[in-house]
Design a protein around this ligand. Structure first.
Ligand code: MEV
Length: 428
């Protein structure tokens, strides 16, 4: 049995260097590996160390720029942070197709987030519900006292909703929703603080007991709606339009396909959410909960053919993203991404992200409904395989080219090709 232990009291208090030493010993890291941990790139170790706990390094992923995006009549270069090849190229390509139809329109609602307060141990839940509603003004006042700056900016708690829900094991629960306009923030901190602040008052007026006081990531009052019309000719004809509509119908009728369809949308959405250091888990949770809001999991987009035979795409999903606060404010790369995007509000950022999600979905469906996804994907993947096989410099493209030419985009073949090229052998 190993005498290693992961029980390390005070690990969190140690400087980064000390933590690295401990991990080095534990995992038997060599000096080269330790050096990798030291390279934190654009992220100052001091900043990283306050962003999360127990920091030992930073994890870089590529940042690409999607081109061709015309959204609400404005041109955007879109930073996308993602580890998957093809995604940035696909987004750029689809944006070009959308551009031919006048670009993408995208509108986001106000930044209304929901915070939940769970009241339990109530004999008369419906009576309690109305009592809470009777005290709405006082509840909003208590909530808004928590964030005078937000209120000054025109945001803050605006309304409440109260629902009675039942569970067979624990009986009725009275759930209060605080509806808070969080303006340019993602808003989790603001709404969580408000929920915690109003809880004692809700207990006082109802005699019940509050347990949870927390944001709902099903942010269905903070929606983005994107739309594009793609002329059939730029897609390659009406047959391609029909193929895309059929691909959508498949997703609409089958949750197994809808999951993958929505994954394609999230490829674009998450990449921008990550590039701006927003909470992509929150966006993911919201997206999928919204997709399943009728009790059946559905695609987040719709693809139709209009009277002219052109393709019409729409997307509707919750998007809780901010441009102030949290990691977005402290991470220099997030600041840089926002500067490249040139967005001025969280609403505008959500509109761009919605448009990227729609374009990403179009790219995937167009490829799937025509030549299939692997052709383009494997072309880009060939370079990855070449690097994995040990190619460097000019050899990366040379190896990739041969793999593509021979239709054998495989690691073992890449190694063989690389060795031959290194020996100076000719490969046809
Ligand atoms: C791959 O990352 C995403 C796709 O599977 C999306 C889709 O099938 O619609 C291509």
């Amino acid at each position: 049995m190993s005498n290693k232990t992961s029980r390390i009291p005070g690990f969190y208090k140690l400087p980064i260097e000390e933590r690295v030493k401990i991990v080095k010993e534990f995992a038997d890291l060599n000096d080269e590996e330790v050096e990798l941990l030291r390279k934190m790139g654009a992220l100052d170790p001091k900043i990283a160390d306050v962003m999360i706990e127990n920091v030992i390094g930073a994890f870089p992923i590529p940042l690409g720029i999607a081109t061709n995006f015309l959204i609400n009549g404005k041109d955007y270069l879109v930073p996308m942070a993602i580890e998957e090849s093809s995604v940035v190229a696909a987004a750029s390509h689809a944006a070009k197709l959308c551009r031919a139809g006048g670009g993408i329109t995208s509108i986001a609602s106000e930044s209304i987030m929901i915070s939940q307060v769970q009241l339990t141990k109530i004999k008369d839940p419906y009576g309690a519900k109305v009592k809470i509603l009777e005290n709405k003004e006082e509840i909003l006042k208590i909530a808004n006292e928590q964030d005078p700056i937000l209120v000054k900016l025109g945001g803050g708690a605006k309304d409440i909703e109260v629902r009675v829900i039942h569970h067979p094991l624990v009986g009725p629960m009275v759930i209060t929703h605080l509806l808070v306009d969080v303006k340019d923030a993602m808003g989790a901190n603001a709404v969580n603080t408000m929920a915690e602040a109003v809880a004692p008052f809700i207990e006082e007026i109802t005699g019940g007991k509050v347990y949870l006081r927390i944001i709902s990531n099903l942010a269905d009052k903070r929606l983005v709606r994107a739309r594009c019309v793609v002329p059939k000719d730029v897609l390659g004809g009406e047959e391609v339009v029909d193929g895309i509509v059929l691909a959508w119908a498949f997703a609409d009728a089958d949750p197994y396909r809808a999951a993958t369809h929505n994954k394609g949308i999230m490829n674009g959405v998450d990449a921008v959410v990550i590039a701006t250091a927003n909470d992509w888990r929150a966006v993911e949770a919201g997206a999928h909960a919204y997709a399943a809001r009728w009790g059946v999991y559905k695609p987040l987009s719709v693809w139709e053919k209009n009277e002219d035979g052109d393709l019409v795409g729409t997307l509707e999903m919750p998007l809780a993203v901010g441009i102030i606060g949290g990691a977005t404010r402290v991470h220099p790369m997030a600041q840089l991404s926002l500067k490249i995007l040139g967005v001025k509000t969280a609403k505008e950022l959500a509109e761009v992200i919605g448009a990227v999600g729609l374009a990403q979905n179009l790219a995937a469906l167009r490829a799937l409904a025509t030549e299939g996804i692997q052709k383009g994907h494997m072309k880009l993947h060939a370079r990855n395989i070449a690097v994995m096989a040990g190619a460097t410099g000019e050899l990366i493209d040379k190896v990739a080219e041969i793999l593509i030419k021979h239709g054998r985009i495989r690691f073992d073949y890449a190694k063989e090709v690389l060795e031959k090229l290194k020996r100076g052998e000719q490969i046809d």
